[in-house]
Design a binder for this molecule. Structure first.
Ligand SMILES: [Zn+2]
Length: 194
């Protein structure tokens, strides 16, 4: 099962390497004003991964323009963090799907596996059912998925679309990359903090 994959620090190392590539692409593009970007990461204390997450998980990669008078921030897309949610993005997707998929897991079981409480799971459900389908991201990108996704089956329908039991690490990467535009301001504003 996927939670075995999630217990493995190498999976989280792998996702970090993807984030590092996304960040490098942003850095090379520079600021729209023509200024160079300097590293200005946000500190994070994510929950829900393996017992000891790699050190790189203590921050969300981000940049700031070096030009006086601009100093504009640029935060690249991420396959690790879903907006401002405290729990790791892949955990938010998986737990929400396990709770309401074809054979729902009990909250107690999910709590033991990922340390997620019931209130948090309820908030995530609201996010997937009500906020996510309203985003510009979803309206533009839902057409890329075949077969068409029934929004009442989010996010388990996303797992069905992306995760086929092949190279799980790569499949998760593709799923989180697909969702990554919602991890930055402009893609979707996520208000909740969990
Ligand atoms: Zn600038």
């Amino acid at each position: 099962m996927y939670h075995e994959l999630f217990r493995n620090a190498s999976f989280w190392d792998f996702l970090f390497s993807v984030d590092a590539e996304l960040a490098e692409t942003s850095r090379k593009e520079g600021c729209p004003c023509g200024g160079r970007l300097h590293r200005a990461n946000y500190p994070r204390k994510p929950r829900g991964g393996c017992e000891k997450l790699p050190e790189a998980y203590g921050c969300r990669l981000s940049f700031c323009c070096e030009r006086e008078g601009c100093r504009k921030r640029r935060t690249p897309r991420s396959v690790r963090f879903l907006g401002r949610k405290v729990y790791l993005g892949a955990v938010v997707v998986l737990v929400s799907a396990m709770r309401h998929g074809p054979s729902p897991r009990r909250v107690r079981e999910l709590s033991e596996l990922f340390g997620v409480d019931e209130r948090t799971v309820v908030r995530w459900r609201v996010f997937w059912r009500e906020h996510f389908p309203q985003t510009a991201f979803w309206k533009v990108n839902r057409g890329r998925l075949v077969p068409r996704i029934d929004i009442s089956k989010l996010p388990s329908a996303l797992l069905t679309a992306f995760i086929h039991g092949g190279n799980s690490r790569e499949e998760w990467r593709h799923l989180m990359e697909f969702l990554s535009p919602i991890t930055i301001t402009g893609g979707l504003w996520i208000k909740e903090n969990s």
